[in-house]
Design a protein around this ligand. Sequence first.
Ligand SMILES: Nc1ncnc2c1ncn2[C@@H]1O[C@H](COP(=O)(O)OP(=O)(O)O)[C@@H](O)[C@H]1O
Ligand SMILES: NC(=O)OP(=O)(O)O
Length: 310
Amino acid sequence: MRVLLALGGNAMTNAGRARPEDQIGAAEVAMAAVASMLEQDVDVVITHGNGPQVGNLLVKNEVAAAVVPPVPLDWCGAQTQGTLGFVLMDALDVELARRGVDRRTAAVVTRALVDAADSGFAKPTKPIGRFLPADEAAVMQEHGQVWEDRGEKGWRRVVASPEPLEILDAAAVRALVDAGFVVIANGGGGIPVVRDPDGRLRGVEAVIDKDLGAALLARTVAADVLVIGTDVPNAVLRYGTPEAESLGAVTVAELRGYAAEGHFASGSMGPKVDAACRFVEQGGTRAVITDLDHLAAAIAGDAGTVVVPT
Ligand SMILES: Nc1ncnc2c1ncn2[C@@H]1O[C@H](COP(=O)(O)OP(=O)(O)O)[C@@H](O)[C@H]1O
Ligand SMILES: NC(=O)OP(=O)(O)O
């Protein structure tokens, strides 16, 4: 069985704390779960979010702009792919060695093609970076940024998030998977690039939703199961209300129906549900949404929100 494991950016910080040691600690927890799967002969391909990290890099750019030239958002995406790929590889190598599992790891800088005319460029929807209280977010908005009320945690910056159409480095990812590497790829949903009329690829200012990127990568590597690892054990109906109800096994049609009723917030659970549905609709055996504590049971279909064809 091959699993595409998509780790949320939040699963790679420690309850929102993003100091290097927090991120390394979170990666160690996640990679212990991956090593357990590999020990049980489950083949794993990994992708990851970058929302907290890419937003933090942008802030550094802005603060240092008077001293060093700021870099565009696609560069920040590439930088987070590199850093998080390195952190995850290190953590996985240590865990595999500790268990005596002989597998090599690789991280691939991965570009995802998007359409220059995608409506996502006109209406920013992807939350990134830190949360701020309303009054501080208002100041940032005065400087031309778009911020959105994200509920109890506060306000968060949102940026353009076009649909990923194609993983341009799929051949490299597949070659490494076929050669037996545990591959980390398409981090942050992929570095968004457009193809200009002259055929040249060009990076664009956006952050792709990593869950939608994960659904695409899962098909690209012929995964049987897509597992979306986040910080909640299940997708929940009437989330945050006294009538909240955790979803266990659910068919795609049922889940699409719940999504249409507005149960899953945009920019967080909404794209996870969409990605899970897309994967199963396009032939995947099942998709699971859960947290790292339930990963092992979820792979067997015994925990989390498990999306099945019928
Ligand atoms: N219906 C829902 N069921 C469960 N979680 C939800 C729901 N709607 C919104 N959420 C929020 O989605 C969050 C997970 O999404 P997100 O923060 O984007 O995670 P990640 O960074 O791991 O990809 C949860 O922490 C929860 O607060
Ligand atoms: N790119 C992306 O969707 O990252 P998160 O999962 O961290 O939000």
